[in-house]
Design a protein around this ligand. Structure first.
Ligand code: NDP
Length: 615
């Protein structure tokens, strides 16, 4: 058995073999098809447990300047930056009963953001808000989303509890017709699509899952009516309940200690253990925020992005386990550029990875008293094969008599759900309540899944246009044949673990495109040649970390063990370089996407005066 000290060639070879075996027993032939949508008809979640609405209202048929699809941080930031450019009528359409996106839906007990709040919460400089904790609870984050929406006057025209069902370009008027599930069909000169990347909850397709007669829900639709309590705990409704939870990803890690506290008995059904690193949450200090220091949040965020992107930084301002592990994470990020002797680099990297993973496995042994439970909780794969998680409460929860860990790896997950419980290895665990912390459909929401059909010029569907050669965009934002449509998210651009920072930069870019089109009375539309040139840039320096994912234990990072999709999907030089590139392009080349309007001139069109007011 490899010990924390054993980083010899023999020790590393043994570890490699162990990882391979662990991977093999987890890869399933059905890959991502093992999951199913958490459809409401199976009763697995209420459509929106957090609103009493939606209130009755007449369908909307008017015309706005900008329609933003999605009221999460992406949409809110798009609205805020577009407003700063002087645009008047901005309509955010959001499925939830309020703004907040992922932080609207995910209110499970223990919900926090595991990225430092001072870099995660956007517009801290602009709003003057200082987060209370180094790692903020979900409710504080949701309230900040609402704060930005209010300050930017985004409630006035918003359509909440409303889902967009299609987008259709109308050549004659030079506007998009936005149709919704509430019967709306309004027009917008510009559309910003900010529908998010992890929005649709998924469930494992376990045989019998619809037969369970007890209470059940997905963590992103927490049923406090049943459990009692709040995200801070106090779930008195569980005091006499046998509760099962499926899933030990970033969500499960946060919720399990809270359930352990309140349930009569908790059964944790684990398939792959996460890496659970030190959290060390604490109150914000004056040193964190540089009290009178203008622009402190922006500088801290830039510093964080540099470090987690593997770029050089003089100081590490955040100084947590994300930044400490950035040398390893960097390997996974598009910024990775191999220099010098490849073999020497790989060997050094593997040894550093093993040291990190040994340290994390040793943490389990130090904390969990029962050796058999500790054995099951140890992760056997390379660091960041699965998304890293952080908690100081998770492992101690397994020292309680009223918590049982059921490892399901040998049976490829749970065998069956019955009317009264869950069967693993031939043993049925009787349950009153079964909670799914099984995550979300990844990268398939909105436009890319086809759930939101987009008809561009000449009625051409966006997905049909992309069917043969894959998505084609300029910088991930715009596509020829689909004028004035701007996409946000993770497509042909650069990303980071601090996704709100990425969204903020994207929103700045979207707003600048719209401002330029307004100033020039023009349409935003790249040429096919500009798209080809961008695809060539992506392909040229495509990072070679595919081998890493190919050897990883299955999960959504590697399409359940099948590696990354073919074709370049990210800017190879990382987020820092991408943001610089966008800035230069805005200064020097933005004119290349502006073309003559087809519809009536925006400058001459009569536009009714409009006063956005605060909510
Ligand atoms: P994940 O998809 O990460 O995890 C799903 C869990 O369900 C995994 O443990 C998976 O096991 C398990 N599972 C799936 N099917 C079965 C089965 N048949 N039997 C047993 N177990 C099963 O979902 P999360 O909700 O944890 O995270 C979703 C996203 O949200 C992630 O990107 C995460 O980073 C993000 N998030 C971020 C937070 C933050 O603080 N920034 C907090 C919470 C979530 P297996 O690994 O074997 O597939």
């Amino acid at each position: 058995m490899t010990t924390p000290q054993d980083l010899s060639p023999h020790g590393l070879a043994e570890l490699r073999q162990r990882y391979r075996l662990e991977r093999e027993r987890r890869v399933r032939p059905d890959g991502a098809a093992q999951y199913r949508d958490a459809d409401a008809e199976f009763g697995y979640y209420a459509a929106d447990p957090y609103t009493t609405g939606p209130d009755e209202r007449e369908p909307v048929r008017d015309t706005v300047d900008v329609a933003v699809i999605g009221g999460g941080f992406g949409g809110i930031l798009a609205g805020a930056h577009t407003r700063r450019q002087g645009v008047e009528r901005i309509r955010i359409v959001e499925r939830g009963g309020d703004f907040g996106g992922t932080w609207y839906w995910n209110r499970y007990p223990g919900v926090h953001c595991d990225i430092e709040s001072h870099v995660y919460l956007p517009m801290l400089d602009e709003t003057g808000y200082v987060p209370e904790w180094k790692y903020a609870p979900g409710d504080e984050i949701r309230r900040h989303a609402v704060r930005i929406a209010r300050k930017s006057g985004l409630y006035a025209d918003a359509l909440l509890s409303t889902g967009v069902t299609s987008l259709t370009w109308d050549e004659a008027s030079g506007t998009w017709i936005v149709a919704t599930d509430r019967g709306d069909a309004f027009r917008a000169t510009y559309v910003i699509n900010a529908t998010g990347t992890l929005t649709d909850p998924k469930l494992p397709g376990i045989p019998g899952i619809e037969d369970f007669k007890g209470h059940t829900f997905h963590t992103s639709r927490w049923d406090y009516g049943y459990t009692g309590g709040t995200p801070e705990g106090g779930m008195t409704g569980l005091a006499d309940k046998r509760v099962g939870i499926v899933g030990t990803g970033a969500t499960g890690i946060q919720v399990i200690p809270m359930l352990a506290e309140d349930a009569a008995h908790l059964y944790v059904f684990q398939r792959t253990p996460s890496t659970v690193d030190v959290r060390a949450n604490r109150r914000t200090t004056a040193q964190d925020v540089g009290a009178d220091d203008e622009g402190w949040a922006r500088r801290r965020r830039e510093n964080y992005l540099r470090i987690v992107s593997g770029e050089h930084a003089e100081r590490d301002l955040v100084a947590d386990r994300w930044t400490e592990s950035a040398g390893l994470l960097e390997k996974l990020l598009p910024s990775f550029r191999r220099e010098g002797d490849r073999e020497a680099f790989e060997a050094a990297y593997e040894a550093a990875d093993a040291a990190k993973m040994n340290e994390l496995r040793a943490r389990v042994d130090r904390t969990v008293t029962d050796p058999e439970t500790a054995r099951k909780l140890k992760p056997w794969y390379r660091y960041a094969c699965k998304r890293p998680t952080f908690s100081d409460l998770y492992y101690p929860a397994f020292n309680r008599d009223d918590v049982t860990l059921i490892d399901t790896a040998d049976t490829h997950g749970i065998e069956r759900v019955t009317e009264h419980g869950v069967t693993v290895g031939g043993v049925t665990y009787e349950l009153d309540c079964l909670i799914f912390a099984t995550g979300f459909n990844v990268g398939t929401s909105g436009v890319l899944s086809g759930k939101l059909p987009v008809h561009g010029r000449d009625g051409v569907q966006l997905l049909e246009r992309w069917a043969r050669r894959g998505p084609r965009t300029l910088h991930g934002f715009t596509t020829s044949g689909f004028p004035n449509l701007i996409q946000m998210g993770s497509l042909q651009n650069a990303s980071s673990v601090n996704f709100t920072h990425i969204l903020d930069e994207q929103a700045v870019h979207a707003a600048a495109l719209i401002a330029a089109a307004e100033a020039g009375d023009a349409l935003i539309e790249p040429s096919p040649e500009a798209e080809d040139a961008w695809i060539a840039v992506l392909a040229e320096g495509a990072p070679d970390h595919e081998w890493f994912h190919a050897e990883c234990t299955p999960g959504y990072y590697n399409r359940e063990g099948r590696g990354r999709p073919n074709g370049p999907s990210a800017y190879p030089h990382g987020a820092v370089a991408f943001h610089e590139l966008l800035g230069r392009w805005r200064d020097e080349s933005m004119g290349e996407v502006l073309r003559a309007r087809t519809g009536p001139s925006r400058a001459r069109a009569a536009r009714p005066p409009h006063r956005p007011h605060e909510h």
